[in-house]
Design a binder for this molecule. Structure first.
Ligand code: ADP
Ligand code: ADP
Ligand code: MG
Length: 667
């Protein structure tokens, strides 16, 4: 093989990736005094990783093939910026041996193993041959050269159904089929080959016994170029959906100390078989008794933070030290396991709609402070665009505590305090998952999510008085802040009204149920009427998006996001999403209108949509108000004639101001 890698000290590192992993690598590289170079596609001009790096180079169009996966462009970016090393992150080029070799040939340090090691371990079949020789236990099955159907059928028969057909070059759960009986084998092979050919350009298959209700256990290893190789304990990633990890934790709550040592030793043996250099993961499935090798990932993994937290190690720092040609900072017996860590992957996807990815601009991005054992690895922020071109993972919420129980509680709190709006996320699903009693008790297997899908994705319980009152307070707070730019505005004080006692009605919808709340105010007192009860009501804003609510004799802290007419709440009772039924009547068929069109909120007239004298259908648009930076269209409450328009474009109007008059059509 041409040009071998020279691990050596360097000053400038290019990160050939995007999103959270690019940000994660830049953070450590900078802390180590390195210059960082980001690369990006046209879709990522405003991405977080671009602004974090010292320099950034545009690679090309959004499509990964034209940008992040384009070896020539990445190498050109390194040349242009004087980068001496490339960190590939995960995904994209991270397991591409040709890329590792191209880096070496260009005189660049590839932060990872050599191309030869990658080739040896990159194919699932090849790595199994090596593991077999090294005495690492394998799932019973076939990983030979011959690929004809008869050979594969005989192998499946020998392993015993059900079996798993897997693409040797596979990754990300693709090219994999469960086969329950011999009669299904031919069809499964055909479709797996097709998928593998398209995804990896390689349709070789292997057969494994399908372990029933297994657990996924994997070991983090890292080696240096001086022959040192250590393991950093194991992770358990059993909570999966379609063979993709959702929640990962370390150490495995399933193994005892002796089993832990056994699996870690097997992993070191596996990596040792190729004198592995760099960070890698040895993956196993377990039937509850034994563990069986399934594959090695020759890169840093998404879930590496949980290992970092229990071992007190920065794996990116270690990767970079290894790339410098240094020895690993610690020997095996100096690495100590401390506490428990757990991670949840936050995706822009809709669990209620079969986890369909969600794209768009992020309007609200709120994450908790990284204290009390919480860590947030994110690649997005307010204003970021979630593009359909890439993996939809937005961030990882990671928690550490002395015990598993404590770590789960902290993770749940971290998830509850994470608010992302503008795209749909899986956060409520993750919360439901980590608080499920069976998860707390570790009564899980890789099929757990699929079996409990309905419950994990079902909508929240009905709002109580606290949520309804919090929703009213959230809207009032939002309105007060929207007009507070005008220092003289009387609206600066929430609920201020010139005279007398006033009433305002709010209607909230959740699913099919509607909830009506009347607010009475003015004259010094403020109450809410919910159902038959009139309750004292007050609130104090606490920064942005949070209030201290007083309802009767209860004082409670609530967080909220008001996005147009969607009100998202986090209260003592959990997460709620309420739809604020349009106060203009636009989305409430039942509402009986008055003939006077009044401004239900303070705002600015931005458009007049009908002329005086016009004949209006019921619901016809009359004018548009901008309220709280949102446009709201006022409509005819019934069919009639627009008798008068009493405002003009640009008018700033107060709540209750009469804007137009409609005369009902003759019956
Ligand atoms: P693991 O999730 O265990 O690290 P996988 O092989 O499942 O290993 O994939 C690694 C991760 O890389 C995926 O979870 C995904 O978030 C990311 N990934 C995979 N393919 C791409 C891609 N084409 N673009 C961006 N990210 C990707
Ligand atoms: P990928 O390259 O897509 O990560 P893996 O071989 O690591 O493929 O398998 C992905 C997941 O599929 C595992 O984490 C595990 O949940 C499941 N799996 C893999 N092999 C088996 C097996 N032999 N029996 C049961 N489940 C398996
Ligand atoms: Mg895997």
């Amino acid at each position: 093989m041409a040009g071998s890698v020279q691990y050596r000290r360097f000053r400038t590192l290019l990160i050939a990736n995007r999103g959270e992993i690019a940000c994660r690598v830049i953070r450590t590289a900078r802390a180590m005094g390195l210059r960082t170079v980001a690369v990006y596609s046209e879709a990522d001009r405003d991405a977080v990783h671009v602004s974090m790096a010292d320099e950034a180079v545009l690679l090309g169009p959004a499509r990964a093939r034209d940008s992040y996966l384009n070896v020539e462009r990445v190498l050109e970016a390194a040349r242009k910026t004087g980068a001496e090393a490339i960190h590939p992150g995960y995904g994209f080029l991270s397991e591409n041996a040709e890329f590792a070799q191209a880096c070496a040939d260009a005189g660049l340090v590839f932060v990872g193993p050599t191309a030869a090691m990658m080739t040896a371990m990159g194919s699932k079949s090849g790595s199994k041959l090596l593991m077999e020789k090294a005495g690492v236990p394998l799932v019973p099955g076939y990983h030979g050269e011959a690929q004809d159907d008869a050979t594969l059928a005989a192998a499946a028969e020998k392993a015993g159904y059900p079996v798993l057909v897997k693409a040797s070059a596979g990754g990300g759960g693709r090219g994999m089929r469960v086969v329950r009986a011999a009669s299904e084998l031919t069809a499964a092979l055909e479709s797996a080959r097709r998928e593998a050919k398209a995804a990896f350009g390689d349709d070789r298959m292997l057969i494994e016994k399908y372990v029933l209700n297994p657990r996924h256990i994997e070991v983090q290893v890292i080696g240096d170029s001086h022959g040192n190789l250590v393991s950093l304990f194991e992770r358990e990633c059993t909570l999966q959906r379609r063979h993709q990890k959702v929640i990962e934790e370390a150490p495995s709550p399933t193994l005892n100390a002796k089993q832990r040592e056994t699996v870690c030793e097997a992993a070191r043996k596996a990596a040792g078989a190729v004198n592995y250099v760099g960070a890698g993961t040895i993956e196993f499935v377990s039937d509850g008794k034994d563990v069986f090798f399934i594959e090695m990932n020759t890169r840093l993994q998404v879930e590496h933070p949980v290992s970092e937290l229990i071992a007190g190690v920065d794996l990116v720092e270690w990767q970079l030290r290894v790339a410098f040609g240094e020895e690993l900072p610690l020997k095996q017996d100096q690495i100590k396991l401390n506490g428990h860590a757990i991670e949840a992957r936050v995706y822009a996807e809709n669990p209620a709609k079969n986890f369909m990815p969600s794209v768009g601009r992020i309007k609200t991005w709120r994450t908790p402070e990284e204290t009390d054992g919480l860590r947030i690895d994110a690649g997005y922020r307010q204003g970021s665009e979630v593009s359909p071109h890439y993996d939809a993972m937005l961030a990882k919420v990671i928690a550490w505590a002395p015990t598993r129980e404590g770590a789960i509680s902290r993770l749940n709190r971290g998830l509850e305090e994470t608010d992302v709006r503008g795209v749909v996320t899986n956060i409520p699903f993750l919360s439901a998952l980590v608080t499920h009693p069976d998860v707390r008790k570790n009564k899980i297997d890789t099929g757990f999510i699929e079996r409990h899908l309905e419950k994990l994705t079902s909508v929240a319980s009905a709002p109580s008085n606290v949520e309804l009152a919090a929703a009213v307070a959230a809207i009032l707070d939002q309105e007060a802040k929207a007009v507070s730019a005008d220092a003289h505005s009387p609206w600066r004080t929430a609920g201020w009204m010139p005279v007398g006692r006033r009433k305002r009605v709010f209607v909230f919808r959740q699913g099919a149920a509607e909830h009506k709340v009347e607010r009475h105010y003015g004259g010094g007192a403020s109450t809410l009427t919910i159902g038959d009860h009139e309750i004292a009501f007050d609130y104090k804003p606490v920064g942005t998006g949070a209030i201290d609510l007083t309802l009767g004799d209860l004082r409670s802290h609530c967080a909220f996001v008001v996005d147009g007419r969607e009100v998202y709440l986090r209260t003592r009772n959990g997460r709620f999403e309420l739809h604020w039924v349009d106060p203009f009547g636009g989305d409430d068929e039942e509402q009986v209108g008055e003939d006077r069109i009044v401004a239900p909120l303070p705002g600015t007239v931005v458009a007049l949509l009908a002329e005086e004298g016009a004949n209006l259908e019921k619901g016809a648009a009359i004018l548009t108000l901008e309220v709280m930076k949102m446009e709201q269209t006022l409509r005819a409450p019934f069919a009639g004639v627009l008798k008068r328009v009493k405002c003009k474009v640009g008018d700033i109007v107060q709540e209750g101001a009469e804007l137009a008059e409609v005369e009902p059509a003759e019956a």
